[in-house]
Write a protein that binds this ligand. Structure first.
Ligand code: CAA
Length: 258
């Protein structure tokens, strides 16, 4: 499919999706969200793809939801169309891992989109923020919910109430991002993490993603039981036998996703 607001490249086992609205700092409009969901669905369906990287430009991962698009809308419009609801549900349904490679601005919906990914690798120029309050609205895609779980109430409250930006160093210290690298190394680092994941058994990778995400949806007791049962169920796979045999035989495992 020909896209206008994103660029998709599939190389080896990795689908690279680049947000591409440079004139609007990759602001999320309806077309971009639709194209992103289609690309993610295609990557999910493509057996060759084992990991997805979502990125933007050096200047902006995404500067938020498109304010020009939203400025025309009324409550009835956004409520009736459930603005961004179907797209965020679709992103959360992707079972393959998604790494967000963030450089520059990740604000509002941009920060929230990065948080919908499985983990964030940031460049040292990244800036995260939930500045919606300056527009007379508030976060609508997870900025008051996921961010609070990721960095705790005090910092999430600070970000959402003052609209201040957090730099990459603070984001790493707070647990929002998993690694920070120089901007020139960002894609290399994301690619290397994706290659590492692509070597694993896909069944196991999807089980891990499901289990970690379950921790956000449930009590600790239920989550631990879910984790244990998924762990048990992986003993039904050939990859479990192969992974353990390879360790004992001191060789690299040959996973077959079975
Ligand atoms: N929506 C639409 N257009 C945007 C945009 C956005 N979120 N962010 C930037 N742009 C556009 C600007 O309007 C500008 O376009 P023009 O040249 O046509 O005027 C272009 O991108 C470049 O932006 P700036 O000239 O402002 O660039 P800058 O370097 O001076 O500033 C910035 C960069 C600090 C990121 C600033 O653009 C900014 O504050 N952007 C808005 C950030 C924001 O408020 N995001 C939250 C949106 S609401 C939301 O996301 C709701 C939700 O939770 C779902």
């Amino acid at each position: 499919m020909a896209y206008e607001t994103i660029i998709v490249e599939i190389e080896d086992h990795v689908a690279l999706i680049k947000l591409n609205r440079p004139d609007a700092l990759n602001a999320l409009n309806a077309q971009l969200m639709t194209e992103l969901c289609t690309a993610l669905k295609d990557a999910q369906a493509n057996d060759k793809v084992r990991c997805i990287i979502l990125t933007g430009s050096d200047k902006a991962f995404a500067a938020g939801a498109d304010i020009k698009m939203m400025s025309e809308k009324t409550f009835v419009d956004v409520f009736s169309e459930d603005l961004f609801g179907p797209e965020s549900d679709a992103i959360m349904r992707v079972r393959k891992p998604i790494i967000a490679a963030v450089s520059g601005y990740a604000l509002g919906g941009g920060c929230e989109l990065a948080m919908m990914c499985d983990f964030i690798i940031a460049s040292d120029t990244a800036k995260f923020g939930q500045p919606e309050i300056n527009l007379g609205v508030m976060a609508g895609l997870g900025g008051s919910q996921r961010l609070t779980r990721f960095i705790g109430k005090s910092k999430a409250m600070d970000m959402n109430l003052t609209g201040r930006f957090m730099d990459a160093e603070e984001a790493e210290r707070s647990g929002l991002v998993s690694r920070v690298v120089p901007v020139k190394k960002l894609m290399e680092e994301a690619r290397s993490a994706a290659d590492k994941i692509a070597e694993k058994s896909m069944v196991t990778v999807m089980a891990v993603k499901e289990s970690v995400n379950r921790s956000y949806e449930t009590t600790l007791r239920e989550g631990l039981l879910f984790e244990r049962r998924v762990f048990h169920s992986l003993f039904a796979t050939e990859d479990q036998a192969e992974g353990m045999a390879a360790f004992i035989e001191k060789r690299e495992p040959q996973f077959r996703d079975k």
